[in-house]
Ligand binder design. Structure first.
Ligand code: GAL
Length: 872
């Protein structure tokens, strides 16, 4: 691990805090950031009418590219007053006649054929095939045989996604259930899932080709319920579902946006999610083709040229390459609003985010916001989604990022975001932000994010009444001795002392990180992350010991809870303490809990005088679909007004030094004072102090440690992660900073012959799936690894290779049973892969053969209960 560290002196900070204050730009002085709709007065050269799936965004992008490829010197998109109608205006150098336009109207597939027959357009965009009746009408209008290759062009493949609100726990439905839901036979979520509530239906309107395909593929003889809300615009439909907890809708897969797509099964097949992969193989039950239709003998000089260009640039026609098509489609995915991506979904987080939205909309009226959230504290679930989107060239306009390593290594270095140095200058932010904070987001003189606020990570929260009842007093600071004494008292009274919600493992890593800081202190922290101190240092091991001891006091349901549910347990008096960043304060505020009376806080044990910084910033995406709106958003986030509205609700302190401090409660006053006097340290768990690979290794080591409590293993795993040495590899792929390697493997002595036959010439991936004794259920880490694996296998380099999924057991029990068990474990992994569209070539089990660790202790046996994945 390359050492990199952010730390600042108190003097530097004080000097900065005394800098002259600058007023923020008054609200409303900047013009609306999106171009205003305008009617074009230029010559219409080509008209494309029909499908909203195609015409909403994709066709616009292809028109722009086409006109540029034809030599246009300027190409501009001009939305008309009427929704879903856009002119693409182009100027050519030698055209004396002035600019020309391509007209795109996206009112549904039906209109493609009506308008073609009526001579109102030259190209029909369709998300289903033309019907014989429509073809007959076109033929009688003199357009020729629309089913002929001259007229019918397959533009690419698409899947109809069925999606629900992200809060809905359901993940999969059968095609029959979907039909029953949309026809009104199933009306409450409780009939199909753990969720309950009357189902709200959202469906495309009657003109939509997507609706026609849905009718034929899903509804069959059933009729859409009259209760369904209908939409012409797929993006709008999806955005409604994203805000409707009981909603379900469907649209082309590029329109999933902020909703959650469901895996779909039919007959007895496995449920599959719509992915480029499952659609390309036609395994996804709602796969379909998209078409461009034109007359057999077009009069218009652009028609054929345009269609040929569209097919070649999207990989359609004879060289149909759906993956390329999808990549392109997601780049152009239909978005009409400023998309803000974050993981702020807990009660306090969402309320605080809303406060900035409100201010933004007040300052810049008329711009819609797409609140794209991926739930999961600390961003553990959001970051992989974001990375996949960035890699596919489909960025949100702006996203939440921690400063330090996360910002620079994951977003700046790969060129995913743009510097906003000029914005800092024009807004005068360099003068009102402590230099220490500016340093965290600035590299080579360029600044890359606007900070919304600064959290303190090292806070121990407690339930005042519960502690008082148990005779526990908390002073201004707390030692580990005092903390454990308090825990003992609560334990004796039958109450779990320490509330943890580590269904996302980061929450336990957070507990460990701040325990570590409490033992090694700020200098130790600096030394550790700059490589001076080793991860197996006795002091680090002491912290591991404390962390192990803490497990004795933790609530038994910790693995089922999220961080905010653990905070709720504290509010309800079910646990005494929780060690959590001060986003927890946002939850107390939201629940109207009273400071001191209901809850209290102190620096987490041993950390008085240190401030573990967890700052939140927003970026400007390179190629942001709405750049002006994004800059306006960033201006809003950095404005005094937003800082004063957001932070009091979020628990963080403002980054500007010119805010009105009277707007902040007691906790914030305390935190602001601490910030000014403490040593400021970057968090590792929240991406600032170390690269993502190390962060992941820490999480994995924590998972193992909570099971085996083995300090040596824990320390060694971290030493190894920080050295970042790996085995010799013959293949390597970076996935979100985590490397899965294909290892050169010797054939082990004593290997069963059928195993040798399978693996010769194959490489073993550097990840194993593990299981509990006698069990075939994948553990939590394995499920996370599975997603990384799918990413890897979806890479075209690996698609040609045979995938082998091989199970093993420990030596407990009889041979026949072990063989069956190991095979079932392999099957469990294969099933999960299949759900994600990947089918292994071989799934087998070899029982207790080939142990990778001694079977004479539980540690070793645990290692042997595994499934290996090989590529040939
Ligand atoms: C942190 C983030 C905070 C808070 C927390 C829990 O990483 O910086 O703003 O959201 O995760 O989700």
């Amino acid at each position: 691990m390359k050492p990199k560290f952010y730390t600042f002196s108190v003097f530097e900070l004080i000097a900065l805090l005394l800098l002259p204050l600058v007023q923020s730009v008054p609200a409303g002085t900047t013009s609306a950031p999106l171009p205003s709709p305008q009617q074009s007065a230029t010559r219409v050269a080509l008209r494309l009418h029909g499908s909203n799936t195609i015409g909403k965004e994709l066709a616009l992008a292809v028109c722009e590219d086409f006109l540029k490829s034809e030599g246009a010197t300027s190409v501009q998109r001009k939305p008309r007053e009427k929704e879903d109608e856009t002119d693409i205006e182009a100027i050519f150098p030698n055209e004396s006649a002035g600019p020309l336009t391509f007209e795109v109207q996206a009112h549904g597939t039906k209109t493609a054929f009506e308008d073609l027959a009526a001579g109102k357009c030259e190209i029909g965009m369709a998300s289903r095939q033309i019907t014989p009746e429509e073809a007959r009408q076109c033929a009688s209008a003199g357009l020729g045989d629309m089913f002929s290759p001259a007229c019918e062009n397959v533009l690419g493949l698409d899947g109809i996604a069925v999606f629900v609100n992200r809060s809905n726990p359901i993940n999969a439905l059968t095609k029959e259930q979907i039909a029953d839901i949309f026809s009104g036979g199933i009306t409450d979520w409780s009939q199909v899932s753990a969720h309950s509530g009357a189902i709200n239906l959202h469906a495309p309107d009657e003109k939509s080709g997507t609706f026609d395909v849905f009718k034929s593929l899903v509804l069959g003889t059933k009729v859409l319920s009259p209760q369904a809300l209908r939409y012409e615009n797929s993006a709008k439909l999806s955005d409604e579902v994203a805000t409707d907890p009981n909603g379900i809708g469907f649209a082309g897969m590029a329109f999933v946006r902020g909703s959650k797509p469901l895996a779909i099964s039919q007959a007895s097949t496995r449920p599959l999610l719509p992915t480029p992969f499952t659609v390309a193989t036609w395994d996804y039950p709602l796969s379909r083709r998209l078409f461009l239709y034109m007359p057999a003998h077009p009069q218009n000089k652009w028609s054929r040229k345009f269609v040929e260009f569209a097919l070649s640039s999207l990989g359609g026609g004879s060289k149909l390459t759906p993956a390329g098509f999808f990549a392109r489609r997601s780049v152009e995915s239909a978005r009409s609003k400023l998309e803000v991506f974050s993981w702020w979904t807990s009660g306090g987080e969402a309320t605080a985010l809303d406060a900035i939205f409100n201010i933004y909309q007040k300052q810049y009226p008329g711009t819609g916001i797409l609140n794209a959230t991926v739930a999961g504290g600390g961003g553990s679930a959001a970051r992989p989604v974001l990375q996949a989107r960035l890699a596919a060239g489909n960025p949100p306009d702006t996203w939440q990022s921690h400063p330090g390593w996360e910002l620079f290594d994951q977003y700046v270095e790969p060129n995913y975001c743009e510097p906003i140095t000029e914005l800092y200058q024009s807004e005068g932010w360099y003068k009102v932000l402590p230099k220490a904070l500016v340093n965290l987001i600035t590299k080579d003189g360029k600044t890359y994010a606007v900070l919304a606020g600064v959290h303190r990570g090292n806070v121990l929260w407690y339930n005042t009444k519960l502690l008082a009842k148990n005779g526990i007093k908390v002073g201004n600071k707390m030692s580990f001795g005092e903390f454990f004494a308090a825990c003992d008292k609560l334990k004796a009274a039958g109450t779990p002392a320490l509330g943890v919600g580590d269904s996302g493992i980061w929450a336990s890593a957070h507990l460990f990180e701040n325990t570590l800081l409490g033992v090694i202190g700020p200098q130790g922290w600096t030394d550790l992350f700059s490589g001076k101190m080793k991860w197996d240092d006795p002091n680090v091991k002491q912290a591991m010991q404390y962390f192990a001891k803490m497990q004795d006091y933790v609530n038994p349901d910790h693995a089922l809870l999220t961080w905010d549910q653990a905070v709720k347990a504290l509010m309800d008096g079910k646990v005494g303490f929780t060690l959590m960043g001060d986003w927890a304060d946002g939850e107390f505020i939201k629940a109207h809990m009273k400071e001191k009376e209901d809850f209290g806080w102190v620096s987490s044990p041993g950390t008085d005088g240190s401030f573990m910084i967890v700052a939140d910033g927003f970026t400007l995406a390179k190629g942001a679909p709405h750049k002006e709106a994004t800059i306006a958003w960033l201006k809003s986030v950095g404005s005094k007004e937003a800082q004063e509205a957001f932070n009091p609700l979020k628990g963080s302190i403002p980054v500007r030094t010119d805010v009105d401090k009277s707007k902040f409660d007691g906790y914030h006053q305390w935190s602001m004072n601490e910030f000014a006097r403490d040593k400021l340290l970057p968090s590792c768990v929240h991406g600032e102090a170390a690269p993502a690979g190390f962060q992941t290794a820490l999480n994995n080591a924590i998972i193992s440690f909570t099971v085996d409590k083995n300090i040596e293993n824990f320390a060694n795993a971290l030493v190894q992660a920080s050295d970042n040495t790996g085995q010799e590899t013959i293949g390597r792929l970076d996935f979100i900073g985590q490397k899965i390697k294909i290892q050169k493997t010797e054939i082990p002595p004593g290997a069963p012959p059928e195993f040798v036959k399978e693996i010769s010439g194959a490489g073993k991936l550097s990840l194993d799936f593990h299981f509990r004794r006698g069990d075939t259920q994948l553990d939590r880490k394995s499920l996370a690894d599975l997603d990384s694996l799918v990413e890897l296998l979806a890479n075209p380099t690996f698609q040609q290779r045979r995938l082998l999924v091989l199970g093993f057991s420990d030596n407990a029990g009889n041979a026949r049973r072990n063989r069956a068990l190991s095979k079932n474990r392999a099957k469990a992994v294969a099933e999960q892969l299949q759900m994600r569209g990947i089918t292994p070539s071989l799934v087998d089990g070899y029982g207790k053969a080939l142990p990778i660790a001694p079977n004479n202790n539980e540690d070793g046996r645990e290692k042997n209960r595994r499934v290996e994945v090989w590529l040939r």
